[in-house]
Design a binder for this molecule. Structure first.
Ligand code: HEM
Length: 441
């Protein structure tokens, strides 16, 4: 006999109101009421199975029997921005072809040399911080993360560098963040005809067209004359052997990497400082030795463990699947809830505590197995190495150069904004230059 997981019997409309009012709290409430695997019904979505159990989540992410699609449930939210030829929105052989082309450009060996550029970007940003007056660290991290993607993924140069033709890069750099800010999330959940009218009315379509014109011109010029190359992802894609991507496919992947990599990394960094400034033991240790790579790595890992940036990685079930004795019918969605797993006391001891040491020494193996901030399996985040490198480098530069304090010692509340969970007050902090400045590590 087929058996669904337990779940609320309230009508979908009531469940949707609860989820809308308190998206994070309602998930924790359902977990307490029904256990780690439960159903949820929302009016705008197919029925859902929410998975807050580690082994079950690993099974869903790994999908050994190919029972789910990943690109398909993302399409509604992301296609207007990233298009249909994106790692984000594709499944099957086309996804595989793109993955084979893109993954090598973001692997450890390709990006290790990027550290100096990231440190330089961080130093320039830090130098502009106000002294002795509260400012939002999240916004500062957004500028850094954007610059990292523009320089190292798109290969765009700031003003003053060789630019062909003059001004194109400046316009790309100005447009990219404005377009990201314009994505009207409320419009994306509407039926396509309504959605498209709203996207036009908000100016999104016009701006996207403008950005695309610039990007296509850049792609064409770089194909014709690759120039010296800066080791950026776009250059690597355009010079890669094998099944080359079309201009349209390259455009979609460039916008994908911008959208997927910019705000996520910024939120990860915002949380790192939000937590560090409230955990003097860890912050002092970093400031004593800002180039301790092992501890920096543990801090970055613990940040996205205790405050995961992404809530979930939704799957659409296409063939009935079994999850720990429960049957999930085709047509349903399955949501491995990263947040629930990272806060499960059966998985992480004292899960609410910010304790980077859990990623050092003997505990580290078990902690890493349960560490799912970037997902798991074939659809594991392709930018995870870059995100971690950026976090380590920026944390190191701030610790080395700046005295930073949180004016309010109370923790900032997590708030779901679009698809990321960020600090509700933007990580408010006060900065002063450090008296003894360490050299870049
Ligand atoms: C702290 C920062 C980041 C976090 C927490 C994060 C998290 C995630 C998660 C949870 C997924 C979905 C996994 C799934 O559904 O199975 C994902 C996918 C993805 N991420 Fe990231 N990410 C981050 C940074 C980046 C960066 C820097 C880039 C690129 C420059 C990037 C590019 C992507 C892409 C293209 C995918 C789709 C992969 C696929 O479906 O094949 N991410 N990320």
């Amino acid at each position: 006999m087929s058996m669904l997981p337990p779940g609320s019997r309230l009508p979908a409309l009531v469940q949707s109101v609860h989820a809308g009012r308190d998206p994070l709290g309602s998930v924790h409430g359902l977990r307490r009421a029904y256990g780690p695997i439960f159903t949820r019904r929302l009016i705008t979505e197919p029925p859902q199975v929410v998975v807050g159990d580690l082994e079950a989540a690993r099974q869903v992410f790994a999908d050994p029997h190919g029972a789910t699609l990943v690109g398909c449930p993302r399409r509604r939210l992301f296609e207007p921005m990233v298009g249909e030829h994106s790692l984000f929105t594709m499944d099957g052989p086309e996804w595989q072809r793109h993955h084979r082309m893109l993954a090598p450009a973001l692997r450890g060996r390709s990006i290790d040399g990027w550290r100096d550029t990231i440190a330089e970007i961080a130093d320039r940003e830090i130098a502009g911080w106000p002294v002795g007056r509260p400012f939002p660290v999240h916004a500062a991290m957004r500028r850094i993360a954007l610059e990292v993607i523009l320089r190292l993924v798109w290969g765009s140069r700031p003003t003053g560098h060789h630019d062909r033709p003059a001004g194109r890069h400046d316009r790309l750099r100005a447009l990219a963040p404005r377009l990201l800010e314009r994505v009207p999330l409320a419009a994306l959940v509407m039926p396509p005809p309504v959605r498209d009218r709203l996207l036009t009315a908000t100016g999104f379509i016009r701006m996207r067209r403008e950005l695309d014109t610039l990007l296509y011109a850049e792609i064409r010029d770089r194909r014709a004359d690759p120039g010296p190359g800066t080791g950026d992802v776009l250059s690597m894609l355009l010079t890669a052997d094998g099944q080359a991507l079309s201009d349209r496919e390259v455009r979609d992947e460039m916008v994908t990497l911008l959208q997927a990599g910019h705000e996520t990394t910024a939120v990860g960094l915002a949380w790192a400082f939000e937590r560090l400034l409230r955990t003097p033991r860890a912050w002092d240790r970093l400031r004593d030795d800002p180039s301790d790579e092992v501890f920096l790595q543990a801090v970055a890992r613990e940040t996205v463990r205790v405050r995961p940036v992404a809530l979930t990685g939704a799957r659409r079930v296409v063939a009935p699947m079994e999850i720990q004795g429960y049957d999930v019918p085709a047509g349903w969605s399955v949501l491995p809830m990263i947040r629930l797993i990272h806060q499960d006391p059966a998985v992480f001891e004292d899960p609410a505590a910010f304790r980077p040491e859990r990623f050092l020494g003997e505990e580290a193996g078990a902690a890493m197995r349960a560490w799912l901030p970037f997902g798991h399996g074939a659809r594991y985040c392709i930018g995870a190495r870059l995100a971690m490198l950026t976090m380590r480098t920026v944390i190191s530069r701030v610790a080395a150069t700046t005295d930073l304090a949180a004016p309010d010692p109370r923790p900032e509340r997590p708030r779901l904004r679009q698809v990321t969970v960020s600090p509700a007050s933007g990580t408010t902090a006060v900065a002063c230059p450090r008296r003894r400045v360490s050299a870049p590590g």
